[in-house]
Design a protein around this ligand. Structure first.
Ligand code: NAD
Ligand code: ZN
Length: 373
């Protein structure tokens, strides 16, 4: 397959800048792109079973054509793969293939594979090259950009990991054609998030072009490119998450609480669905506090609903625990400092800000109202 309509987002991070390429045919073309940037390397390809069945052959063929020998390490799909035992197997597979520091780990898959393989690439031989080939929409617009990698422990999600910037990210938009529709919609919530943070024109563009983004082609590439650029800009300003990077958590405080309340089981709620409800709630809560226009909250909700995403607490199948229990999850996630919560609130569409003085009692009251049928 030939590469089509390729967009490039250059990520500027001190001395470790890299390109994100977005477009069609990039999995088949990966060998050539990698060889051009990292000549003479060998590679370990980490992927999961779902993705391997659909996209591994094209990647391998392109790598071989470019003279890159690749050892394949396949893991089980799903969040449970982000754990120490699996990391150990991946690390061992890379070492068994006798790869050196100058060689590369290629992460072919969604955010689970990207986080796991990225972490392995950051620690084997004190850091090998990493090439991200994200195959889920969420991974293309979020997890493959920004350099966070890691695994979960029984004490919580993403608690162990390293910052590891990739040498290259290849986002093949055609790969998304095999993604389950529910996963595509979930990734779309993160795209909407970038508009809501500080790109009101992009949000308006999404309102006009949602169907085209879902069906593929150039609108899809454009939405992914804008999202990658948005995340890359915020990350370049704040790589280690001391300030502005927190804006990326818009919708995530409520979202994480909902994921925790549904035990991260991935059937009742996937991450992006929690984020979608979280985005709607963050806008409604901001309106409730008199910070943002009510009609903006309604616009956000209408757009998420049109995309087939949940946007109310009552949309969570199987019901939710009480407002008090949800509040506990929020407090655990956010750490209450001096009796107040840090929250990403908004003054309206595209005008999100970090609020460090949110009163827990206001959140609790808001949750109670929203839990009522
Ligand atoms: P995932 O990797 O589990 O992928 C979702 C599902 O889609 C899986 O079953 C996977 O096998 C399948 N899949 C992926 N690509 C496919 C394709 N092209 N065709 C068919 N099936 C495909 O989950 P995700 O939503 O991609 O990522 C979620 C993970 O990302 C979480 O672990 C989260 O913590 C992490 N994350 C990390 C960051 C970061 O900055 N590092 C940011 C956001 C999320
Ligand atoms: Zn997210």
């Amino acid at each position: 397959m030939t590469q089509t309509d390729i967009r490039k987002v250059a990520v500027a991070i001190a001395d470790r800048g890299y390109d994100i390429l977005i477009g069609g045919g990039l999995i088949a073309g990966a060998g050539r792109e990698i060889a051009a940037r990292l000549p003479g390397i060998r590679a370990a390809i980490v992927t999961d079973e779902n993705v391997a069945g659909r996209h591994l052959a094209a990647l391998k063929e392109g790598l071989e054509a470019a003279g890159i020998a690749g050892q394949v390490l396949t893991v089980m799909p799903g969040e449970a793969t982000k754990r120490f035992e699996v990391l150990e197997k991946v690390v061992d597979g890379i070492l068994e293939a006798r790869l050196e520091r100058g060689d590369a780990v290629i992460a072919l898959g969604g955010g689970v594979v990207g986080d796991l393989a990225g972490f392995a690439s950051g620690i084997v031989r004190r850091g090998m090259h990493l090439v991200q080939v994200p195959t889920s929409l969420l991974a293309q617009v979020d997890s493959s950009v920004g350099g966070k990698t890691g695994i979960n422990t029984p004490r919580g999600k993403n608690l162990v990991g390293v910052f590891k910037q990739p040498a290259l990210v290849l986002a093949d938009i055609d790969a998304l054609d095999t993604l389950p529709p529910r996963e595509f919609a979930a990734g779309y919530a993160e795209i909407v998030k970038y508009g809501l943070i500080d790109k009101p024109d992009f949000f308006a563009w999404l309102e006009d072009n949602r169907a085209a983004v879902f069906s593929g082609g150039s609108a899809r590439s454009e939405a992914i490119a804008v999202s990658c650029r948005a995340k890359a800009e915020i990350v370049a300003r704040d790589e280690m998450e001391n300030g502005d990077r927190a804006l990326l958590n818009l919708g995530h405080t409520f979202g994480h609480a909902l994921e925790a309340a549904t035990r991260f089981d991935g059937t009742r709620l996937v991450h992006g669905e929690g984020v979608a409800i979280g985005l709607a709630l963050a806008h409604r809560f901001s309106a409730r506090l008199g910070l943002a226009p009510q009609q903006d909250a309604e616009r956000v909700e209408a757009h998420l609903a049109a995309a087939g995403l949940p946007c109310r607490l009552s949309d969570v199948p199987g019901g939710l625990p009480s407002a008090e229990v949800l509040m506990d999850y929020i407090a655990q996630d956010k750490k209450v400092s001096r009796g107040t919560l840090t929250f990403i609130l908004t003054r309206g569409i595209g005008r999100a800000f970090i609020a460090r003085d949110v009163a827990p009692v206001d959140v609790l009251g808001f949750l109670r109202e929203n839990l009522e049928p």
